[in-house]
Design a protein. Structure first.
Length: 243
């Protein structure tokens, strides 16, 4: 297992939920953390305080990951404040619910731009430096929707399935460079997204409960530490999907 002390992690969507807990878990493991967030500044500041309470540095970077300039802004600001990015957690995403008849090209493109294209752009931006230094971790926060289709819609399922293909391609192409690429596919983790959806119940889960954010975050740290795991999707879903 690799030591993460003084490593630099960039976590997108870090103001709440899985992103926030992952950022704090990485800080506990010794990482300095850049917190990418879109609009929830107060929540992001709370996460930054938690990171600093772990004895690590934190920097807040406001950015809409769907914007074309977001990757440069996020990575450039991280490098300027903390140093080169060692660990990238592509966590930012949206999950608007649309019926098939409500789904159009604009809504499709917005979802893929936010959930998938941002993962590609950010990864492309950090890979050259990781390869030069001989160490890097690419972590995609996908979803059980990539495997089962889910209840949100084709746009969301496709964006999350795309992350898995992106991850596997990077894992194969970068094998031997010191860079690993992996994904986590959570299902029904107890976050604001779950709380806002009246149609989602623990009854959908074989274990009979929602997952906790720390149960996902601990895997983020494990992936960052482990140098021999690459190209893998870790299912954190209470048995909802069994591969």
């Amino acid at each position: 297992m690799d030591d993460l002390v003084h490593r630099v992690a960039l976590v997108t969507g870090a103001s709440r939920g899985i992103g926030a807990e992952s950022a704090i878990a990485l800080a506990r493991a010794g990482c300095n953390v850049a917190l990418g967030y879109n609009s929830s500044k107060a929540e992001a500041e709370s996460v930054a305080r938690a990171v600093r309470e772990c004895g690590q540095k934190a920097v807040l970077i406001p950015a809409d990951v769907s914007a074309s300039a977001a990757a440069e802004m996020l990575v450039g600001s991280t490098e300027a404040e903390l140093g080169p990015v060692d660990i990238l957690v592509n966590n930012a995403g949206i999950n608007p619910v649309y019926a098939i008849d409500e789904l159009n090209l604009e809504r499709w493109q917005t979802t893929l731009q936010t959930n998938l294209t941002s993962s590609f752009m950010l990864s492309q931006r950090v890979i050259p430096g990781m390869r030069e230094r001989g160490w890097g971790r690419l972590i995609m926060m996908s979803s059980v929707a990539a495997q089962l289709g889910g209840v949100i819609g084709p746009h969301y399922a496709a964006s999350k399935a795309g992350q898995l293909g992106l991850m596997r391609s990077y894992a194969r192409l970068l094998a031997g460079t010191g860079i690993t690429a992996n994904a986590i596919a959570p299902a029904l983790i107890e976050t604001d997204m779950i709380a806002d959806n009246d149609n989602i119940s623990p009854d959908l889960i074989p274990l009979g409960r929602f997952g906790a954010v720390d149960e996902v975050a601990e895997l983020v740290v494990h992936m960052a530490r482990n140098a021999y795991i690459t190209g893998q999707t870790f299912n954190v879903n209470g048995g909802m999907y069994m591969s």
